[in-house]
Design a protein around this ligand. Structure first.
Ligand code: DX5
Ligand code: ZN
Length: 215
């Protein structure tokens, strides 16, 4: 079944703990936490202390998406704060191999993330060391943007390369995911759907999550 990871970027920050608890009860598979440093992307969100403060509100997997320039420097803070998965960008300034090693040594799962302009092939040399791949379907930085359907061939290319090499890892997509756009992403090979505005902007978030899971 398809997994759904609501992005708390679109939740009510004044009620963070309650929102996390609700997201758990709605049936979310993972909680997607967007970390932005105002340098790698033109926006600032949460740091490790916030991740730590929401950790007690659910046992669900914390899927931390680091949109930061130096993930190697901060990975340990997020691991200690309770991250289960640490996704970092292939376009960052830290050495990729060392950052993968570091995240694994901290006991977390590691994912590499690709911005829209980065080609599928960029991640191929690292595939057998990764626990997942995260493909951006919007420019990272903000919630509520339009799904870029020209990313569909990239999702297929990465999914096919994994199949060809017998690598069975989740392929997560992030940005503009809704019941309108998700079926194409799933057909292309996505197995985990991040959804921010589609979930938190809905009258019935549990139903949206259920419908996305059933695609
Ligand atoms: C964008 C973030 C996304 C974002 C998704 O930089 O990585 O996780 O919150 O939000 P929606 O689903 O509204 O596009
Ligand atoms: Zn994200």
């Amino acid at each position: 079944m398809i997994k759904v990871a609501p992005s708390i970027l679109s939740c009510d920050f004044s009620q963070l703990g309650t929102e996390i608890k609700k997201t758990d009860l709605w049936g979310a598979d993972w909680i997607h936490i967007d970390i932005m440093d105002g340098h790698f992307v033109p926006n600032i969100t949460f740091g490790a202390p916030i991740v730590k403060s929401i950790r007690p509100f659910t046992d669900k997997t914390f899927d931390c998406h680091l949109m930061i320039s130096e993930p190697l420097k901060y990975a340990e803070d997020f691991a200690k704060a309770g991250a289960d998965i640490i996704n970092f960008h292939i376009e960052c300034q830290s050495p990729i191999e060392d950052t993968i090693d570091k995240i694994k040594s901290l006991g977390c799962k590691v994912g590499l993330t690709l911005k829209p302009k980065t080609p599928a092939e960029a991640v191929f040399p690292f595939l057998d060391r990764l626990d997942m791949v995260l493909i951006m379907t919007v420019e990272p930085g903000f919630g509520g943007q339009k799904f870029m359907s020209d990313m569909l061939p990239k999702i297929s290319a990465i999914s096919n390369e994994c199949k060809r090499r017998n690598i069975n890892i989740p392929i997560e997509v992030d940005g503009g995911i809704s019941m309108t756009t998700a079926p194409d992403a799933v057909n292309a090979g996505a197995t985990v759907l991040v959804a921010g505005s589609a979930v938190y902007g809905s009258e019935n978030p549990a139903e949206i999550i259920r419908n996305l899971q059933r695609i």
